[in-house]
Ligand binder design. Structure first.
Ligand SMILES: CCCCCCCCCCCC(=O)SCCNC(=O)CCNC(=O)[C@H](O)C(C)(C)COP(=O)(O)OP(=O)(O)OC[C@H]1O[C@@H](n2cnc3c(N)ncnc32)[C@H](O)[C@@H]1OP(=O)(O)O
Length: 234
């Protein structure tokens, strides 16, 4: 839960910059703002050939502006505390000394051991693609990726897919069909799209395929709810 909230508050900042100043400023913020450190979504030595190849292919697609590489970073504690107090005034967060140790769930492992991924977003098509390599600490069945680890990446990818809608979101519902196990340390492509928006409800869906696209590992749908500032202030 803590990790999820962290993601949302990181996301809050990204959404706010995106909607007020656009992509250019969002990218600049991720690279220059003091509150944000390293972009973890760039290639590192743990990335397999498959992941690097796919990353390069998507970076190529970014050249004409149709796709954007989405940076992934950390958010400093004071920001999260501030956001939490603003939007959940009646909530009791964990103690501040515990919060000071908090970090984004998907970026909490040593390089290469956990979630290695990069995301790309197509604004016109309302699609987000996540290139994901699940490391050895994410084992479920021997030699295969834990279903919860995949669920985490699906949730995160679908969350990013809601970027075109204003405001803050929380996941209300996630339905996943696990169709074929994912070998540990292999690369999969999570392709998501925004299906419809009904008031505060944002419906999204995705599928998870092997790099050669021959294997459908999973498909999923998600419902995200825009947080209602009126409600949170009561
Ligand atoms: C660069 C960095 C990237 C970083 C990118 C990071 C992205 C990460 C994303 C991770 C996000 C998470 O995991 S978030 C953590 C997991 N999720 C949570 O903890 C959420 C817990 N639930 C809640 O807080 C609440 O239930 C909310 C906020 C979801 C909704 O509460 P609310 O605002 O009071 O809304 P409420 O009136 O109940 O519902 C509004 C409408 O939605 C419908 N609705 C509500 N819940 C559901 C439901 N489960 N299934 C169907 N429908 C539902 C209602 O019927 C209603 O429909 P109608 O009557 O209007 O028709």
């Amino acid at each position: 839960m803590d990790g999820c909230l962290h993601c949302v508050f990181t996301w809050q900042k990204a959404c706010s910059i995106f909607h007020t100043q656009g992509w250019k400023h969002l990218r600049r913020s991720f690279s220059t703002e003091k509150v944000i450190h390293k972009d973890h979504s760039l290639p590192n030595p743990s990335w397999s050939k498959d992941l690097r190849l796919l990353f390069d292919q998507f970076m190529k697609k970014c050249e004409d502006g149709s796709w954007k590489h989405l940076p992934s970073s950390e958010c400093k504690v004071p920001q999260r505390i501030h956001s939490f107090k603003t939007y959940f005034l009646d909530s009791k967060p964990v103690k501040e000394d515990q919060l000071s140790q908090a970090r984004p769930f998907t970026r909490s492992y040593e390089v290469g051991q956990g979630f290695e991924y990069a995301m790309f977003y197509n604004e016109d098509e309302k699609r987000t693609v996540c290139l994901f390599q699940g490391g050895p600490y994410l084992e479920g069945p021997p030699g295969f990726l834990h279903g919860g680890a995949l669920a985490t990446m699906i949730d995160t990818t679908l969350g990013v897919c809601t970027i075109s809608c204003m405001g803050l979101f929380m996941t209300a519902n996630l339905n996943i069909n696990f169709k074929s196990p994912i070998p540990l340390c292999s690369v999969v492509v999570i392709s998501s799209q925004l299906d419809k928006v009904e008031g505060r409800k944002v419906f999204v869906s995705c599928n998870v395929r092997s790099v050669d696209e021959k294997t459908l590992h999973s498909d999923a749908t998600g419902l995200f709810i825009k947080l209602d500032p009126e409600k949170s202030l009561t």
